[in-house]
Write a protein that binds this ligand. Structure first.
Ligand SMILES: NC(=O)c1ccc[n+]([C@@H]2O[C@H](COP(=O)([O-])OP(=O)(O)OC[C@H]3O[C@@H](n4cnc5c(N)ncnc54)[C@H](OP(=O)(O)O)[C@@H]3O)[C@@H](O)[C@H]2O)c1
Length: 487
């Protein structure tokens, strides 16, 4: 819930949302005092009336206590999400440490071994051929690899698969839980099923994996979380909540005396979901990480007694150009990064790093605001030119990229836009009109459905078909001049 709340506070800045974690030894009057003090800390915990806040501090792995356990020769290791990009890298890593038995748990069906040669021959550049190639290369180094098709959130199938593995090898020595589904979409547009899909592998799956490996006395239970659980992010409510569950679960498991570590990863460069969703490296407070470096860090983490570790380097360039409240406290050392002068001076002519290329108007006339917005659109969406009338979504945007776009525009026009504004004014032309605060008469919107002169009935019909957002509808109703036809 705390992960979800983080994003509620970000998607709805008008709502004040805070998380307070109390133990039973804390007096109700303490909670009341916290409430009355009007504190701003997003997350607070009370233990026996003592107040704690979450604070990010720089640490080195060497400072943590060493752990004696290591990857065993002929050990049996489960990698969930094992055919995903990171899952396969983890499998390679384990196979490089020792000859081991690797059980890759994958949700989608994987072809039987007899078909592999034909697949590689017929579709050599397919994702499937790539996965087959990687499995073969792990096996060439002396390990065995088996793929089990299982949804880790499906209790019965998971229990059966684990039992089969146990019968076959006599033990399970470690779980590397890499299964995950990326989150996308603002809460207002998200249905229960979509949220459940993201929560399933990390919430239900983690709980089931823990429960059904209780008898195995695992050497390793490694949970692949993300820095998103720390930062939140527009459109990331479910993914933040799912990863925050992993973070908390590791402490819970350790409290029961079982090995566990959660790793909050930044984006692995050009890997897996980060690559598919075109995560903007410069838009994150954490630098992207080369997969080889990430694997080196995984190896170092496994040698230490840790319940949770946030790995990676802070993105200094990001802190120099972006200012926004973080949902956690930071140490003075990290704070000094924020105190540096802001490199990007808003509202100056040379503030736009890309040469803007605009299209969409026959007279090729674009306002200064449109030109400035186009540069941001091109940078965030990675497009060579921007059509003034094309909506952000039509130009290839998703809610993750929306986060970056809003942050970039916020740098140019502080305090003028939030995520709702982007969805209400989804094209460069409309956004510019809004920012200039003077609807221009010569503007002919590209789509009839986007015009403020469309009849109410048509607008509502567009809304019901999902073609326009709630914000767009509210904005329309706000600006509409009511006529008899609307009765
Ligand atoms: N990529 C990054 O930079 C990054 C950064 C931070 C954290 N992480 C975390 O690292 C993990 C791996 O990420 P990735 O980038 O490798 O993602 P990926 O390529 O999308 O792989 C994820 C895998 O998880 C599987 N999966 C999803 N739901 C499942 C379920 N219920 N049961 C079994 N398998 C399921 C998927 O199978 P299907 O393909 O069959 O759906 C997919 O193969 C994720 O947990 C992610 O949150 C990744």
């Amino acid at each position: 819930m705390f992960g979800l709340a983080k994003v509620v506070a970000q998607e709805y800045p008008q709502l004040k949302c805070r998380c307070i974690d109390l133990d039973s030894a804390t007096a109700p009057s303490t909670l009341w005092a916290e409430w009355e003090a009007g504190e701003e800390d997003f997350q607070v915990a009370y233990r026996e009336n003592v107040r704690y806040v979450e604070r990010l501090e720089a640490q080195t792995l060497q400072a943590a206590e060493p752990q004696a356990v290591s990857i065993r020769e002929n050990g049996v290791y489960l990698v969930t999400g094992g055919l995903g990009d990171i899952g396969l890298q983890v499998a390679h890593y384990l196979g490089n440490k020792q000859p081991v038995h690797l059980c890759l748990l994958a949700r989608s069906a994987f072809p039987a071994r007899e078909q592999w040669a034909e697949i590689v021959r017929e579709q050599p550049h397919s994702a499937l051929a790539g996965q087959i190639g990687q499995i073969r290369s792990i096996e060439d180094s002396g390990s065995s690899v088996e793929v089990h098709t299982v949804d880790v959130a499906d209790e019965r199938t998971l229990a059966d698969v684990l039992q089969t593995i146990r019968q076959q090898y006599g033990a399970i020595h470690g779980v590397f839980h890499c299964a995950g589904v990326a989150g996308e979409g603002l809460l207002i547009n998200k249905g229960r099923a979509k949220i459940a899909q993201v929560l399933a592998p990390k919430v239900v799956g983690t709980w089931l994996l823990d429960r059904y490996t209780e008898q195995d006395r695992l050497d390793f239970f490694v949970l692949f979380s993300s820095v998103t659980s720390l930062l939140g992010g527009l459109g990331q409510a479910d993914y933040t909540a799912a990863n925050a569950y992993l973070d908390a679960f590791s402490d819970y498991r350790q409290a029961k005396g079982r090995q566990s570590v959660t790793i909050n990863w930044p984006a692995w460069n050009d890997t897996g979901m980060a690559a598919r969703y075109r995560i903007q490296k410069e838009a994150s407070p954490f630098c992207g990480m080369h997969p080889d470096k990430a694997i080196g860090i995984l190896d170092a983490v496994l040698r230490r007694k840790l319940a949770r570790v946030i790995v990676g380097e802070l993105n200094e360039a990001h802190f120099q150009t972006h200012r926004y409240p973080l949902p956690f406290a930071i140490s003075p050392e990290i704070r000094s990064m924020f105190a540096r002068p802001v490199a990007w001076e808003p509202e100056t002519a040379d503030a736009t790093p890309l040469a803007p290329m605009l299209t969409g108007r026959t007279d090729h006339t674009y306002s200064a605001v449109e030109t400035r917005l186009a540069a941001v659109w091109q940078k965030v969406l990675g497009i060579p030119e921007a059509n003034v009338y094309q909506s952000f979504q039509e130009a290839g945007g998703n809610s993750i990229l929306a986060t970056s776009l809003v942050k970039e525009i916020e740098q140019l026009y502080p305090g003028r836009i939030n995520i709702a504004t982007l969805f209400a004014y989804p094209s460069i032309a409309k956004m510019a009109e809004y920012l200039e605060n003077k609807p221009s008469a010569h503007e002919t919107p590209r789509k009839a459905g986007e015009s403020e002169t469309v009849p109410l009935q048509d607008k509502l019909s567009d809304f019901l078909k999902g073609n326009v957002s709630m914000e767009n509808i509210l904005d329309y109703l706000d600006q509409k001049e009511w006529g008899e036809e609307d009765e």
